[in-house]
Every structure is written in C-alpha cells, then in structure tokens.
Design a protein around this ligand. Structure first.
Ligand SMILES: [Fe+2]
Length: 196
C-alpha cells in the first residue's frame, strides 16, 4: 500500500517556492534539496505511475495551476532511451528506483557527447537552458525498470521544444505530452482523520 503523503508535502513546498517568486538558482538549490528528500524514500508512488511500457513512460503527477512547475515520473524499461532532446526551461531529475545515464550532447554534425552523468538511487541532477540543456537519457540497467522523478519550470508536456538528429544535428519540433489522463489523488486524507 502506498502512502502519498511525501508527494503531497513536496508539492506544497514547491508551491511555496513558486509563490516566493523563486529564481532559477533557488529552484536548482532549494528545489533540488526538496527533491532529494522526496526520492530518499520509496513507497509513495502509486503503482499506476510506476508501470513500464513498450517505450519509456512519462506520467504527470502534478502540474501547478499557474504552470510554474510540474512533477513527472519517468519509467524506463530495460534498454529504453529518449531521443536527443532539449527542455528550454530549468529541470531537476531525482532517481527513485534503479539507475539512469544522462549524456549531454553538443551541437554539430555529427553531435558529440559531452558530460555523462550516471544517476543512482537518491541522487538529484539539474538541467538548465543556460548550461546543460541538450541530452539523451537511458536506463542504465539491462534487467529491470528504473524510475526517476522530474520537476520542470513549466508544464513540460505542453512546451514546444526540439529533438535532434545525432548525425546531422537537424532539429524537429517536439511536444512530448504525457502518458496518463488522470493524476494521482493527493487529497484523500480520511485515514489520518480517522486515526486522529
Ligand atoms: Fe531531458
């Protein structure tokens, strides 16, 4: 049985940061600290948002009503990877289960790999339109699914961004959408009320 409380607390704290008008540098430091705390424990992600599919899955867990940030669970089956893509907004990636590899890609024909980050359970890294915005991400484990929790500075599934051809560097317009139609119910607090 999952207990969604840590996700609700995280979204509340991130909403406070948004209300304070946080700069990107605050999101990438204080927001990263909050995400580190969220992925330090497992057991809060409902099963429906942890299922792998025939290609990698991106499940929206929450979008701020003013689209100042969103929270997404990415589920990578064995061998699954993204196309080379950018974000255009700041982002945070926290590893909940398993491991993933993010490889920065530099413009050119062909595009060349830059920094490589191997993310292990509990670790958090940032992406930023100013420094590290184009990458490819893959499951680092060949025998099981990996899950990472992403936060972006906007409604990432509805932002027009780009995918890149690694050989030619050519770009194509990309709007990722999400794989789910319903978001998790954060607000059934009846059990704690019964226990009180
Ligand atoms: Fe990405």
């Amino acid at each position: 049985m999952t207990d969604i409380t840590p996700l609700r607390d995280f979204i509340r704290d991130m909403t406070r940061l948004a209300n304070e008008g946080a700069t990107e540098s605050r999101w990438l430091t204080e927001g990263a600290g909050l995400l580190r705390r969220l992925v330090a424990t497992d057991g809060w992600l409902p099963e429906a948002y942890a299922e792998a599919g025939p290609r990698y899955r991106q499940y929206l867990l929450h979008c701020d009503p003013l689209e100042r940030f969103c929270v997404v669970s990415f589920v990578w089956g064995p061998g699954q990877r993204t196309p080379i893509h950018n974000h255009t907004v700041w982002g945070l990636v926290g590893m909940l289960r398993g491991e993933e590899i993010s490889t920065e890609m530099r413009a050119g024909a062909p595009m060349l790999p830059g920094q490589v980050d191997r993310l292990r359970e509990g670790e958090v890294v940032a992406v930023s339109a100013d420094t590290y915005d184009i990458h490819v991400v893959e499951n680092a484990l060949a025998d099981r699914a990996s899950i990472s929790i992403h936060v972006y500075g906007g409604n990432i599934g509805a932002i027009a961004r780009s995918v890149f051809d690694g050989e030619t560097g050519a770009t194509k317009r990309f709007i990722s959408g999400y794989d789910n139609e319903a978001v998790p119910n954060l607000w059934d607090r009846s059990k704690e009320m019964v226990a009180a």
